[in-house]
Design a protein around this ligand. Structure first.
Ligand code: MLT
Length: 206
């Protein structure tokens, strides 16, 4: 466990030929949570995995919410910028390229916020169970940034319709978005892993 620019995080060096992955856990997770998932998707990639700094009843998150699915917009902006600064520092410290985010739920939502507010920090994103993090984001240039969004057909927390709105928002700003819906709920399934693996294999040189 390492702490820099205020984020407790894990760093695991991988093949320099592949883009690094920025792992962003869901509510109540930590920097260890997504490592096994990342290893299934991208066995040899460099991993950078911070722990969200906001605590909700003791559970780490990446930004404050007022209720389930109702976000504190000022905090989303502040925390997305703070996370983007962490990525900039970590890139210099570890000598790595811009990462592709791999986020789940709250982690997917903060990754979407970084794409909308600080697009140059990310080379792409895998957003598992994501929704629009901001109601009225400013126009942004996402020219060609690849994004995979995977929704659960029976997700009671983040409906696929909500993810579809995020997909069209990112597409309108130039991202290359693939939105898939798998037969699952809010929890992840093997179908998520399979989709993420094949998307990753298209991004990472073998
Ligand atoms: C969020 O707060 O980002 C979403 O409601 C998902 C969650 O973390 O439960």
């Amino acid at each position: 466990m390492i702490e820099t620019t205020g984020f407790i995080h894990r760093f695991e060096k991988g093949r320099p030929e592949e883009p690094p992955l920025l792992l962003l856990h869901g509510t109540g997770g930590d920097e260890n949570d997504l490592i096994p998932l990342a290893r299934m998707i991208a066995p040899a990639a460099t991993l950078l995995s911070p722990r969200g700094k906001v605590l909700e009843n003791g559970m780490p998150r990446f930004f404050r919410r007022l209720a389930e699915g109702v976000f504190d917009e000022d905090d989303v902006r502040r925390r997305a910028n703070e996370l983007a600064d962490f990525v900039t520092d970590a890139r210099a410290r570890y000598g790595i390229e811009s990462p592709i985010a791999l986020g789940y739920s709250n982690g997917a939502n903060i990754a979407a916020a970084v794409l909308l507010l600080r697009p140059s920090e990310l080379a792409g994103a895998i957003l598992l169970r994501a929704m629009p993090p901001l109601p009225h984001p400013q126009p942004v240039k996402l020219d060609g940034i690849p994004v995979l969004i995977v929704s659960g057909a029976h997700d009671p927390i983040i409906r696929p319709e909500s993810a579809a709105k995020l997909a069209s928002l990112l597409e309108r700003h130039g991202a290359v978005v693939e939105h898939r819906v798998v037969p699952a709920g809010h929890e992840l399934s093997q179908a998520d892993v399979t989709l993420a693996q094949s998307w990753w294999n298209k991004q990472a040189p073998q």
